[in-house]
Design a binder for this molecule. Structure first.
Ligand SMILES: [Zn+2]
Ligand SMILES: [Zn+2]
Length: 532
């Protein structure tokens, strides 16, 4: 989740703090953040952010307590962080320190210089960290976009200068090391969209990541050129496009933008909708539009719907379902496999080589990728620069640089924390197990009336089920429950019987064992005790 501590003597800084989105098996888990325990052994003086993607800033609200000092980032990155804070987080807002490329800040033993890199979101930086033992360069996420939409080029000059004067270690993005050649510029998708704008007879609906400001700019410019109005549909794109416009990262010609609620009042051929939901998320705009369940936008057969985003592994089925719904409404579906409507933000092999040959570090640490990608990147590095030693490290590894050189020297606990809701509520293993049982085998609620004094069963127990498959076999099981409950209560001591908490637990355990043994099922058993 892209969270890293760099420490020397008494100085420690944290670089990025991202989140992961849960796989479907993690029922009801909204977010995964990194295990924060290892941070306790450091006195962290600052949080330094490379860019505003969720996998780099998503956990910022959760790590703030572990960081004593400022939070450094570029204007756009910090604006996205601010969107995550509550109104009452005034103290946190005051800790945000905006930096610009080439700016240097000193934090204890470190001086950090921010260097412009290009990626799929504006205002990304690499970090050059001057330490008492040499310079460490952290690329952040990058590709080499030589015609960036905002004209902000990669700072090759400074990277080369630093390389010439000697770099201790380079830590670089490995995501696309398996792709040959160059990734390509963000502007490359313009041609495909131009074709779509030329031919579309109805609405153009484009789903993209809420942070894809460059993609939005291309669409806004084409809309202006083709006399269409742009509506942002869905919370994420509304918020981020608003933030980007306010800070000057998204230029909106006058009269082009309309509200989502106004989409209906314009002729279809005059409208472009930019929406959330490119991953098939059920609550997002496009999946709702696809099943004709959106307040403001509906699809017609002349419309074109474009998926302008990467398919995140695991989401294929959900995305496929949304595409099918769109096709059922008669609209045309366009995605990366059909037209070049998406380009990655991560550099391919040749771009990674270029970074390596500019910096020529003594040590190279591949980061941001699956282990096989890190391993491949390490091999690429030693091919590019023979003097470079690669250090392959996994999550939780501690790399030490000292008089004996650089190596993986230790391990720290590095798990993950599951979060329910966006800010609060850690989801424990127990909660997850309950949810799994509920999802798999349903819920069984025995309702038991017990005499307050006697602790005796007052009525034949009732059993309510939800999501529990009823067939001949399970019906027979359910019929056995009242006598089983009677036996359980009789078998309990008077103290147990007259204590609702204790008797509840006993019934739960007995019934769970009964279901498991007799049927292999593990429904969630939730006894209700009525004291009479
Ligand atoms: Zn990124
Ligand atoms: Zn990333």
């Amino acid at each position: 989740m892209n969270m890293m501590v760099v420490a020397c003597g008494d100085t420690a800084i944290l670089i990025d703090a991202g989140v992961m989105f849960p796989e479907p098996e993690l029922l009801g888990v909204d977010l995964i953040i990194p295990d924060l325990r290892p941070l306790q052994r450091y006195n962290i003086a600052a949080l330094v952010l490379t860019h505003g993607h969720e996998d780099h800033i998503g956990a910022v609200p959760h790590v703030l307590d572990a960081v004593k000092g400022p939070i450094y980032g570029t204007a756009f990155t910090l604006a996205l962080v601010e969107n995550k804070l509550d109104e009452h987080d005034e103290a946190v807002r005051n800790r945000l320190v905006r930096v610009k490329p080439r700016e240097r800040v000193t934090i204890g033993a470190f001086t950090i210089e921010f260097l412009r890199v290009t990626h799929s979101i504006p205002d990304c930086v690499a970090l050059a960290i001057e330490t008492p033992h040499g310079v460490v360069i952290h690329t952040g996420d990058f590709k080499i976009d030589q015609t960036p939409i905002d004209g902000e080029l990669v700072d090759f000059h400074r990277l080369a200068q630093l390389g010439a004067s000697g770099v201790l270690a380079l830590l670089a993005d490995s995501t696309n090391v398996e792709r040959r050649g160059f990734t390509g510029s963000e502007v490359e998708v313009t041609d495909a969209f131009e074709e779509i704008f030329t031919n579309a007879e109805g609405k153009i609906v484009v789903a993209t990541f809420a942070s894809s400001i460059y993609r939005m700019q291309i669409l806004v410019d084409l809309a202006a050129q083709f006399d269409r109005r742009v509506a942002f549909v869905g919370r994420g794109v509304m918020d981020n496009s608003e933030t980007a416009q306010r800070l000057g990262y998204l230029r909106m010609p006058a009269g082009v933008q309309i509200k989502d609620s106004d989409v209906r009042s314009f002729p279809a051929q005059d409208v472009v909708c930019i929406c959330t939901g490119s991953q098939g998320e059920p609550q997002a705009a496009l999946p709702r539009i696809a099943i004709d369940d959106h307040r403001h936008v509906r699809l017609d057969p002349e419309d074109v719907v474009v998926f302008s985003a990467r398919e995140i592994p695991g989401n294929e089925k959900a995305i496929g379902r949304v595409m099918n719904h769109i096709a059922r409404r008669g609209a045309e579906v366009v995605y990366e496999g059909i037209k070049h409507v998406h380009v990655s933000g991560h550099g391919s092999e040749e771009e990674l080589k270029l970074m390596l040959s500019l910096v020529r570090p003594a040590y190279f640490v591949p980061i941001h990728g699956e282990y096989r990608q890190l391993a491949r990147h390490a091999r690429v590095a030693t091919r590019v620069s023979r003097g470079t030693k690669a250090i392959l490290a996994e999550t939780g590894d501690l790399i030490r640089f000292d008089a004996e050189g650089g190596r993986v020297a230790d391990k720290v606990p590095a798990g993950r924390i599951l979060i329910d809701g966006t800010r609060s509520g850690e989801v424990g293993d127990e909660v997850l197990r309950d949810r799994r049982h509920l999802a798999g085998d349903g819920l069984v609620v025995p309702v038991v009336a017990i005499g307050r004094q006697s602790g005796a069963l007052e009525e034949t127990p009732d059993v309510i089920t939800r999501g529990f498959v009823l067939d001949a076999r399970t019906e027979a099981l359910l019929k056995e429950i009242p006598s089983l409950l009677a036996a359980a209560i009789e078998g309990a001591s008077v103290e147990e019987r007259t204590d609702p908490g204790l008797i509840k637990e006993r019934i739960r355990v007995d019934l769970q064992r009964f279901f498991r043994k007799r049927s292999g099922l593990r429904p969630l058993v939730l006894p209700v005790i009525m004291e009479i």
